[in-house]
Design a protein around this ligand. Structure first.
Ligand SMILES: [Zn+2]
Length: 191
């Protein structure tokens, strides 16, 4: 059996860049790498993983109804599977990724730990439950503290209600420490 890894963090903690560098390293050593992400993330177009520091690469996409054991098989198999935005996977899909490790496939998932309400995403929760190895990337809050939460900011205020996934709205996201996350719910951010 190989391991299931979860490498999580807030927005801006370089997860996508890490995913791309890991894929590059494995490929350089001759491994057959399958790079994919859930199709719910359309930030970069349908089949590109891109990071804020400028790296990008093509990837496969799957939707929430797809069986990931089948998905890997249908795409020619792999010995390393790397998933970006893994928080958007279903619980079932994380269990399927774990099944892949029983077939001697290394599975490395990158994703956000919590949503803008400071609660675990479905995929992240399951990963924390069953991954053999969990690593958390740090990001820095505007105040200099370690950022641990993802704030949704609308008109300068942190909001904590609404749908988990909002597409095409006016909101922005910002990694914050707990103190700022609380403070800016009542006090407008001056940029
Ligand atoms: Zn702060």
């Amino acid at each position: 059996m190989k391991n299931l890894y979860f490498k999580c963090g807030t927005m801006g903690s370089s997860k996508s860049a890490q995913a791309l560098m890991t894929a590059f390293n494995y490929r350089q050593k001759g491994h057959n790498v399958l790079l994919a992400k859930p199709s719910i993330d359309t930030r970069d177009g349908k089949d590109i993983i891109s990071s804020r520091i400028g790296l990008s690469a093509e990837c496969l996409v799957f939707d929430r109804a797809q069986n990931l054991v089948q998905f890997v098989q249908d795409n020619g198999g792999a010995d390393v599977v790397i998933i970006d935005e893994a928080q958007f996977c279903t619980k079932q899909q994380i269990d399927e990724l774990k099944q892949l490790t029983l077939k001697d496939i290394v599975v490395i998932c990158y994703g956000l730990k919590t949503n803008f309400k400071s609660e675990l995403f479905e995929g992240s929760k399951r990963l924390l439950e069953i991954a053999e190895d969990v690593q958390e990337f740090g990001a820095v809050c505007r105040c200099g503290n370690r950022a641990t939460l993802n704030a949704r900011v609308v008109d300068g205020l942190v909001v904590t209600t609404g749908e988990e996934i909002q597409i095409g709205g006016d909101e922005k996201y910002e990694a914050m420490c707990y103190e700022c996350y609380q403070k800016y719910q009542h006090e407008k951010i001056e940029d």
